[in-house]
Structure formats: C-alpha cells, structure tokens
Design a protein around this ligand. Structure first.
Ligand code: ASP
Length: 592
C-alpha cells in the first residue's frame, strides 16, 4: 500500500476520498463490533474506525493491534458524527477497508503522551519512544524550521556555508577541551572545537568575506541547568564590518526566525544597553527586561548610617544597593527571607538586610537603624506602605549577583513575568578582561581575539592597567538569557600579542598555541568581526521548553551521560594499545 498522506494531515477536503495512512497506535477503544484507533504520525493523529460487520479482515487486524504497534490502513475519509475540537483532524475519521500490522511493539516503557510520568533518564533511554510524544515532535519541528530559516537567510544575504574541522587544536573559549588521542602520533591529541572561532577568522583572511555555519561545539564543563557538553552554534563572521552591521545582520535573522518559525513580529532595532547599566540596574549581564524591580544604589544615603554593616561597607569603597518588592511585605515572611539570605551567600553576600514599609515606619530586624534615613530611602527607592525593601552590601560583583538573583527569583514567585513576551536586547561595551575567582587570574571576558575599544588601546601599554579596558563586544539577550555573542576581532598582530601578554601568556606559549593565528594576522588579515548564537538555548526559549535537553534529539543527561547508548563507555585493551594509552584506574561499567 502506498501512503497517500500523513495521518495527522488528513483533512475535511478529503471527505469521500480513499486514503492510505501509516503510523503508530496511540489509543485503541474496543466497543464490541466497533474498534476506534487513534493513529499517530509526526503530523498528529487521525481516528480510524473498524467495523466488524463491514470489513471483517481489517477488524481482525485492529483487534490484534496494541499500543505503539505500527499499522497501515486504507479507507474512506468521512465526517465524524461528533466533532473533537481538541485535535486538528477532529472533524473527520477514516472508515478502514484494509489494514496491516507493519511492526509490533512491546508495552511502552511509559505512556506516550505529553503529560508523561517517567524519569528523564528513562525517557532518554527510550528516546525514540519519547520523541513520539506530540510535544517533543513539535520541538524537533520548530528546531528544523529555525535552521531552515537560518540557511535561507544567510544564503539570501551572500554568506557562504563553510565547514571547519572537528579534529583540531584547542580553541580557547574558556572551558576545558574534549581531547581525542592520535593513533599515528603517540602522545599527541586533537581537541574538539569549543567553537569554530579561529577557523572563521582564518576564512576572513582567505577573503571569504561572509561566512556562516551551523556548527557543533564541545566544552567539557560542569553541567549547569541549560548546558550540554556538545551543543550547536549558528556561527557567523563578516569582513570589514562595524559592530552595528553585525548587529543589524543578526536582527534581520532574528526577525525572520520569529516571523516564520514562531509567528511573532518583533520590532527592530533591539535596544542597546551598556554592560555597566545592565549590571547596575539588573545585577546581570543578561538582563530580563520583561519586568522592572530595578536595583538602586543607596550607598550615599547610608554612608553615615548607625547600621555599621552599611557605613563600613561604603567606607571601604564598596556598595549598598536595594530592590523594592512592591506589595512584598505580606507575601514574604521572615522565614522566606532567611531562605533567600542563605541562598545569596553563595555569591559572597554576608547577609540580606530587609525592612517592611508600614504606616508607622520600617519594620524588621534592622528597622531601628534605618528608620532615621527612611524618608530619604523611600524617596530614592519609590517605596510605599506594604512594600518590602531588600538591601545587600558588598563588592560590586557580590551586590550585583545577589540582587540580580533576588530580582529574578522574586519576579517569578510573584508572577510578574509575562511569559508571552520576547524581549531581545543587546548588551554592549563589555570589559575586555574579568577576574575569574575559580582560576584565580584575569581571563578574557569574551575571548582573547576580541578587539578593544580604540580609545582603550593605551591600557595595553607598559605601566597601564589593562583591566580597565573595554571591548568591542556584544551579547544578544532574550528574556534574561544570553542567546549569542560576538565581537570585532583583533586584526593587528601587535595588539594581539599585547592581549596575550595581559592574559599572562609568555611569548613562547602564545607562539606555540597561536603562532598560526599571528602568522595569519601578519599576512593580509582584514578588519573583521562576527558572532555566534547558541541554537539549542534559543530554540528552547522559542519553544517555551522546560530544558535545553528537550530541544536536542539525543542529549546528555545532567551527569554528561547519554543514557540511550550508555556513553561514555570503556574501550577494550586492544583499542587502548593502538592509541598508546594506559588507564590508571579503569572503570568497569559503562555509564548508565
Ligand atoms: N566564538 C564565540 C563564542 O563561541 C562567538 C564569537 O565571538 O563569534 O562565544
């Protein structure tokens, strides 16, 4: 039997016609001489009707069919007596004349429906069953639509789609590399790319002018919430481009993806926010602008406060900042606030000072110290009776990280966020370097190939402080998530060498790791820049999915294990020998 159409696309226009559909049994109801089967394929479901009196053989097939069996069915499309408004094919059904079982299925490991009651690992182990859930199939479809718009958009705008190597040297984006041992060169390793960064720069040196690629990237980092060891970037680079041209190009892409894949018009250009403003007002370099509750500085108002924690903080050159939770006095108990206080200690906060605004003045453990300054504070903060004010004192990063977290978690708890909004914005003018507490050293905030602001180049000179420099870099943010970022690149070998030096590379290390790049900069490198989007995270947000794993066909779980194939696995001694490797402590089992 030749399939005539997708089951889920069977339409009213086909009433009276004969169709052949093939798919999985999603539901089966036996009413004696009548069996109804919901047949599922990637486009949805259609109701099949088997009538024992009319089509004995087909009825027998339906009788044997079980959940997730695969059937082919030939029959007549007819109008339903009772319309089901919940499904697209709810006005019709197929009166089956002939049917066959194409494949049987064991009882599925979990109910194949959107509201699934199974652990994520079980779902990942039987991912092919999991992906039959309509919600999951829709995520895959959305992702496919987005990438199709991406290819189309770049193709229409003169970009060339070029692949770059997966087996390469380390490309530093600030994470650990996945490495692959070389069989031919004992003791030598390839690294999987953290991004195509250096290759796309070399493509500009080659004169490609406009490049894009949907590229796999690999970063061996601890897996937090929406990260994956391997993920996908929409990667792009343009020669002779100013930051605004790159941003306009990206806005054009976003606009088309929003229109064609999501059906939403987003106005462009998107707002540009200085990095400093994002940090000061939102406590985050990826501000969520769907709600206000902005952070405000009150250091000047509390510098002489009898509350020593505040006055000593300001004295030490640090900050006291606050957010006002409008109507939060009733909503948040002392216990709730203590929980929040415990949480922000991970950002280095010593404590969380708070007051509730009442008709009689401030209320709360530190109210007695702050009541003297209450009117000035209320005016600055625009705080009213019934509000809760949360203060954090400390260094710039402690204050930003803590209040940034409080702002977001409280907005979620108080349901202040309009989930239908898509707020895109650019965060621009980043610092070139940032101090990494974990590594205990200065690292590039973006990556080491980012061009500084022209006016800040002098900070790289002897005797100056390079850490004051800002960069020509930009991030694109959607609803409080970074979905991409990029920069103008250094194309002058001398500047590049100075940046390596500021990052603590000796001349020798810089040469041995990046000699090939410096050579390219010395051999006709155009001024250029670009950016990359994190495709997985972007699709997750567009889909309103719960996790990045939902929009990846075969993701790793939160322990970096891929439960379907149980990767990573051990290999046998022979394979190790060929690669000249010995394992000091061998695990016995594959990851499960
Ligand atoms: N390679 C950068 C990244 O992965 C993006 C860029 O600068 O184009 O973040």
């Amino acid at each position: 039997m030749k399939r005539t159409n997708y089951a889920g696309r069977t339409s009213e226009e086909q009433i009276g016609q004969e169709v052949v559909v093939k798919g999985w049994v999603a539901k089966r109801r036996n009413l004696g001489g009548l069996i109804f089967i919901d047949l599922w394929d990637r486009e949805g479901i259609v109701q099949l009707v088997f009538n024992e009196e009319e089509d004995q053989a087909a009825f027998e097939v339906a009788n044997q069919a079980r959940n997730q069996y695969i059937l082919e069915a030939r029959g007549l499309v007819r109008a339903r007596a009772e319309v089901n408004p919940d499904i697209a094919t709810g006005k019709i059904e197929i009166e089956v004349k002939e049917a066959n079982i194409l494949a049987k299925s064991q009882t599925p490991p979990f109910e194949v429906q959107d509201d699934v009651d199974a652990s994520e690992d079980l779902r990942l182990k039987y991912r092919y069953v999991d992906l039959r859930r309509p919600k999951m199939m829709n995520y895959l479809k959305l992702r496919s639509k987005v990438t199709s718009v991406v290819h189309n958009y770049f193709d229409n705008n003169d970009f060339m789609d070029i692949e770059t190597p997966e087996l390469t040297r380390s490309t530093p984006e600030g994470a650990r590399d996945y490495i692959v041992p070389s069989r031919v060169y004992p003791g030598h390793f390839y690294a999987l790319p953290q991004s195509p960064q250096l290759f796309k720069q070399l493509l500009m040196a080659a004169g490609v002018d406009k490049y894009y690629q949907i590229a796999k990237c690999f970063r061996d980092e601890d897996l937090r919430g929406d990260r994956q060891p391997e993920f996908t970037q929409i990667d792009t680079e343009m020669s002779f481009a100013e930051p605004e041209e790159i941003q306009e190009m990206a806005e054009g892409l976003i606009k088309r993806v929003m229109k064609e894949a999501v059906g939403v018009d987003v106005p462009t250009p998107f707002p540009r926010m200085q990095w400093q403003e994002a940090m000061d007002k939102y406590g985050s370099d990826k501000p969520d602008t769907r709600f206000d509750m902005l952070i405000q500085d009150v250091s000047d108002l509390v510098k002489d406060s009898s509350f020593k924690v505040f006055s000593a903080t300001v004295e030490a050159g640090n900050f006291v900042r606050a957010i006002v939770v409008s109507g939060g006095a009733d909503k948040y108990s002392r216990k709730d606030i203590t929980k929040k206080e415990d949480y922000i200690k991970r950002y280095g906060a010593k404590g969380l000072a708070w007051v509730k605004v009442t008709e009689e003045g401030y209320n709360g453990p530190v109210a007695k110290f702050l009541n003297d300054d209450a009117s000035a504070l209320n005016e600055r903060l625009d705080a009213k009776v019934g509000d809760l004010i949360l203060f954090v004192a400390g260094s710039f990063h402690v204050v930003c990280d803590s209040l940034g977290y409080l702002r977001e978690s409280i907005a979620a708890e108080m349901e202040l966020i309009d989930e239908d909004k898509f707020n895109y914005l650019w965060v621009v003018n980043w610092p070139m370097f940032e101090y990494d507490e974990g590594f205990g050293k200065w690292i590039a905030a973006h990556h080491p190939f980012t061009m500084l602001n022209e006016d800040d180049l002098h900070y790289l000179e002897e005797g100056e402080d390079p850490h004051k420099a800002h960069a020509q870099s930009y991030d694109i943010v959607l609803n409080g998530n970074e979905i991409g970022g990029g920069s103008i690149r250094i194309h002058d070998p001398e500047v590049q060498e100075k940046v390596f030096k500021a990052l603590g590379y000796t001349k020798e290390t810089a040469q041995s790791r990046f000699g090939f790049l410096i050579k390219a900069l010395e051999n006709g490198m155009p001024p250029e820049g670009g950016m990359a989007f994190g495709l997985d995270r972007w699709v997750m947000l567009l889909a309103h999915a719960d996790s990045i794993r939902d929009v990846i066909a075969f993701p790793k779980n939160s322990k970096a294990v891929e439960p379907l194939t149980a990767a990573p696995g051990t290999v046998d001694d022979e394979q190790l020998d060929v690669l000249h490797l010995t394992i000091q402590e061998k695990g016995t089992d594959d990851a499960e």
